[in-house]
Design a protein around this ligand. Structure first.
Ligand code: FAD
Length: 282
């Protein structure tokens, strides 16, 4: 794949406070200078960030002027709520959407919502809006934590593609082999949609360890040990993390990955450091 065909994107979460929102906008403006293909903004399953996600997406898209994709999850929302959001996004000129099942916050129960899985949401978006949206779905090279085994998860991934997804973004991982193996298995099942690696910069070990446990990402022992050894030495953690993730991204791109999607956590510098190290276009 030629360099120019690859796509690069940055993900944000909607801020809870005015100050957080200002910081998000400053970060987005800084990243916009690198002309990514798109931004995306997460959605709290069950609608907990409905308005904040909506407002952030429209602001990034219309004022920062980078096409912005809302994440939309189905697990706690009714069809009427999803339909209304889709209409608003469509009218706001949004053309890309990240369709997810989502994870309900604890206490909200499991069976709420009329659509159970992301493939149901993809089919619903297609039925409601035809080809208006480019639909992204999630992929899990290390398996979704609730999947019984890889075969099941692959079949479920294929279901999302067949329901009408155009491309996929992966959960983050620290081992390029699992990505290549996943893509190979998906291709053998006849699905050709681009699968873009999701990249998590390493900046804070304890947060990363907690989050990785919950989303099923393995931190390889040699990385974990090294990060633990640095303790509170944030400069060393950042430098080591940057080196390790840059190398993994190089491997991914050399092996044919169709782009990179950076989980920014609303900070510009960790993703930009990788961007510069990789010599990505400005
Ligand atoms: P699904 O594809 O529906 O899969 C969920 C589980 O069910 C898997 O184990 C799968 O194997 C199984 N499964 C799928 N379909 C079926 C079926 N038809 N029958 C039986 N089993 C099935 N979460 C948020 O809440 N908000 C966000 O903004 C958000 N953004 C994300 C962005 C990316 C790029 C990624 C990778 C994840 C994101 N998540 C987000 C997390 C995601 O919502 C969780 O991982 C969630 O648990 C699964 O969502 P999914 O869309 O992958 O679900």
């Amino acid at each position: 794949m030629s360099t120019s065909e690859r796509r690069y994107s940055f993900e944000f979460f909607p801020a809870k406070t005015e100050a957080g929102h200002e910081k998000l906008l400053a970060t987005a403006r800084q990243l916009a200078a690198y002309q990514p293909d798109f931004f995306s903004c997460t959605y709290g399953a069950g609608g907990s960030t409905r308005d904040r996600t909506l407002n952030t997406v429209l602001e990034l898209d219309q004022q920062v002027k980078i096409p912005t994709a809302p994440h939309l999850s189905c697990i706690g929302d009714s069809k009427a709520e999803l339909r209304s959001l889709l209409n608003t996004y469509q009218q706001g000129g949004i053309r890309r959407i990240v369709a997810l099942r989502g994870d309900l916050p604890s206490g909200m129960g499991l069976a709420s919502g009329e659509l159970r899985f992301a493939n149901d949401l993809v089919a619903f978006i297609r039925a409601e809006t035809g080809d208006h949206f480019h639909i992204e779905v999630a992929a899990y090279p290390e398996m979704h934590p609730q999947a019984r085994h890889l075969e099941d998860d692959l079949v479920n991934f294929v279901r999302k593609a067949k329901a009408g997804a155009d491309s996929a973004i992966t959960q983050y991982f620290f081992n390029a082999d699992c990505y290549f193996y996943f893509v190979e298995r998906v291709r053998k099942l006849g699905v050709e949609i681009p699968i873009v690696p999701g990249i998590m910069p390493i900046t804070n070990y304890s947060k990363l360890a907690r989050f990785s446990d919950s989303c099923g990402t393995e931190i390889p022992r040699w990385i974990r040990k090294q990060l633990e050894a640095y303790g509170d030495d944030m400069d060393s953690i950042t430098a080591f993390g940057e080196e390790v993730i840059t190398r993994m991204c190089e491997q991914l791109l050399a092996g044919g990955a169709p782009g990179l999607h950076f989980y920014t956590l609303n900070q510009a510098e960790p993703s930009l450091a990788l961007w510069r190290n990789l010599g990505l276009p400005r």
